[in-house]
Write a protein that binds this ligand. Structure first.
Ligand code: 6R9
Length: 648
């Protein structure tokens, strides 16, 4: 982004200092920043001591062959032991690990002692199927306790898992099974979604018909729906796992032993298998979960609404919270089944104290109206978190006021599949929060904003977000493709990790994320961030959600096209476009005014709630849509196209 960027035009003056009671008892105080800056490696070595190692590491970072990092390389540990057994050994076996809430309303509680038994049985079952350390296992599951058990069982036997979203197609699953060369697939007959059983097994059958190296498919019975069965290959979980011994001695693996592969789609090319390893990853997810959410494991009830098929589910449903001995909620279904208050009902029922969700969900709840959360007792909540996209200031303030009774800190956490753990975020007991800004790198993290020439930009300017020092939970490579790892992340700027996000530093040096660099719009020679125009639109009382794209334009290079979802009561009338154009013009300046504004019923989103602007750009330019396999709902695009027969 050039210095002509409009990055400074969006003014947000509201400030929310940490509540005195949170600050007084906070897990992490301002002093950590200074300590971590003084000696970053000593800081991470200290955080590694949160874990129980069978061989304590003496080395911290080996960066002798950058960008291929080794963290705590001479240490040995078992990740599943750290997430489960050690809590039981510490006398906490009766503490609830998981409050499971199925979409139909069925529930199940697993204490740490019970979780230990389940994980041990599943580990024994995997061993009985010939799974050995280093073998890859694919997991294609709904959000049920067995999914967490399966992941931990893989970790326990040292078999890297590759979790594939239950919403992905047979095709997407086959590609991922093949790329990782998985030998076993763990799945379920189906899961519940929007009030109905949603089959999973047929997609596995189709995928596995194309991946001959898969020996076994282990199937959890969740919905009881009929399934096709291949004798000799398919096995029921309850027949294979339940009868196993609940004793299993965890084996220690080197810190750099692969823990999982998780595929990110990216806009072009085949999905990238992001590889994470054990000791550094677990250190940073445990530390960040403790620091950013101020977790008090004795009293908190934590709930992350993500799907485990997303990195947020890996790091902040499975590994971080369980390494910290947290009590958490696991919910199978959608927020509006059977009614739009389902989430708030769950908060009330379990007394959730920490809630971690995505901006898209927050904006959807805003759209449904304040009266829905108002019907439930949300007074247990003390910390709210956001992840996945920039959160518009309006949505941030709504979240804090309507869900958090204007009392709870909101932490806007920036990170990626590749970073493994949260990198930039306020700390709830330290940071005076600014709605819409992720603000500051966490202790031990070096992040900044640079221009085209790799110079750090001064405060008040925009550019590219980079990470300037290695971090413990960083990806180690792209599975099977070191060159692509180098090209994608380490070639744009020397010795710095290129995140692919635009960002700016405000006058205080706080970081604001401006959207993916690929999405930045170029209008009459000015770089304009999608995030800022969308935030300006969402700050209009008639707009619930917005997505903007730069569509090719003969005079201005690109012209801004805005797709908006209106709030419940607002109607699409002739004056709407002018009203919204004027509103954006006032917030950001005339150059940022959208050329066209289109009211739509839904926006195309990935399963993790990210708006797929590429598809909207193609619609606006009247082009072929391209790959839609990661969309939650492909019919959304038909509706939008129908609205726009002659787009360009
Ligand atoms: C955790 C996760 C990574 C991309 C990232 C950025 C966007 C995530 C954000 C955010 C602004 C935040 N992103 N958190 N943008 N503010 N708090 O989402 O991982 O699915 O790999 O996506 O998401 O664009 O580069 P992943």
């Amino acid at each position: 982004m050039s210095s002509e960027s409009l990055a400074n035009l969006l003014k947000e003056e509201r400030r929310f200092p940490p509540p005195a009671e949170v600050a007084a008892a906070a897990n992490v105080t301002a002093e950590s920043y200074a300590r971590a800056t003084a000696d970053r490696l000593a800081f991470w070595a200290e955080q590694a001591r949160r874990l129980t190692w069978s061989t304590t590491p003496q080395e911290t970072l080996d960066w002798s062959n950058p960008p291929f990092a080794k963290w705590f390389a001479d240490g040995e540990l078992n990740v599943a032991y750290n997430c489960v057994d050690r809590h039981v050994e510490a006398g906490l076996g009766d503490r609830v690990a998981i409050h499971f809430e199925g979409e139909p309303g069925d529930t199940r509680t697993l204490t740490y002692a019970e979780l230990q038994q389940e994980v041990c049985k599943a580990a024994n079952a995997l061993t009985s199927l010939g799974v050995e350390a280093g073998d890859r296992v694919a997991i294609y599951m709904p959000m049920i306790p067995e999914t967490v058990v399966a992941m931990l069982a893989c970790a326990r036997v040292g078999a890297p898992h590759s979790v594939v979203f239950g919403g992905f197609s047979a095709d997407a699953l086959a590609t991922r099974i093949e790329d990782a060369d998985a030998r076993v697939v763990i799945t379920a007959d189906g899961g519940y979604r929007r009030g109905k059983p949603n089959a999973l097994k047929p997609a596995v059958d189709e995928a596995v018909s194309r991946t001959p190296n898969v020996r076994n498919v282990l199937v959890v019975r969740r919905t009881g729906q009929p399934v096709d069965w291949t004798e000799g290959r398919d096995l029921w979980w309850h027949e294979t796992v339940d009868g196993q011994s609940a004793e299993h001695t965890p084996r220690a693996f080197p810190a750099e032993h692969p823990l999982f592969i998780l595929y990110t789609s990216g806009t072009t090319g085949k999905p990238k298998g992001i590889l994470h390893t054990s000791g550094g990853y677990l250190t940073q997810v445990a530390y960040t979960h403790h620091a950013v959410f101020d977790l008090k494991p004795e009293t908190d009830v934590y709930w992350c609404t993500a799907d485990v098929g997303w990195v947020t589910g890996h790091s902040y449903i499975v590994y971080g919270p369980l390494a910290n001995g947290a009590t958490e909620v696991l919910y199978e279904g959608t927020p509006d089944t059977p009614h739009q208050g389902r989430w708030w009902e769950i908060v009330q029922k379990y007394g959730v104290t920490i809630l971690y969700t995505a901006p898209t969900a927050i904006r959807t709840c805003m759209k449904w109206g304040d009266d829905i959360p108002a019907r439930f007792d949300l007074s247990s909540l003390r910390i709210l978190g956001s992840v996945g996209e920039p959160i518009n200031p309006e949505a941030w303030v709504w979240y804090r006021r309507t869900i958090g009774a204007d009392r709870t800190p909101v932490v806007d956490t920036w990170w990626q599949t590749e970073t493994g753990a949260i990198m930039i975020s306020p700390l709830p007991g330290v940071t005076a929060a600014k709605p819409g800004s992720a603000q500051v790198p966490l202790p031990g993290i070096a992040a900044t904003v640079v221009d085209e020439e790799a110079n750090e930009v001064p405060n008040g300017s925009g550019g590219y977000l980079v990470l300037s020092e290695p971090w413990p939970s960083m990806l180690r490579t792209i599975w099977g493709d070191d060159q692509r790892y180098l090209d994608t992340y380490w070639s744009r700027f020397e010795n710095r990790y290129f995140a692919g996000d635009g960002a700016k530093k405000d006058e205080d040096g706080d970081i604001w994320l401006l959207g993916r660099v690929d999405d930045v719009m170029l209008v009459s020679g000015h770089n304009i961030s999608t995030t800022e125009v969308e935030s300006a639109l969402v700050s209009h009382p008639k707009v619930a959600e917005a997505a903007v794209v730069g569509a090719a334009d003969p005079t201005t290079g690109q012209a801004i096209v805005a797709f908006v979802i209106l709030r419940g009561s607002a109607a699409e009338d002739d004056g709407l476009t002018e009203e919204l154009r004027a509103h954006v013009g006032q917030a950001l300046g005339p150059i940022a005014k959208p050329k066209r504004v289109l009211a739509v019923a839904e926006l195309p989103k990935t399963r993790s709630g990210k708006i797929m602007r590429r598809l909207l750009r193609n619609v606006a330019e009247n082009k072929e849509l391209g790959d839609v396999t990661t969309l939650t709902d492909t019919t959304v695009m038909d509706l939008i196209q129908a609205k726009l027969p002659h787009a360009s």
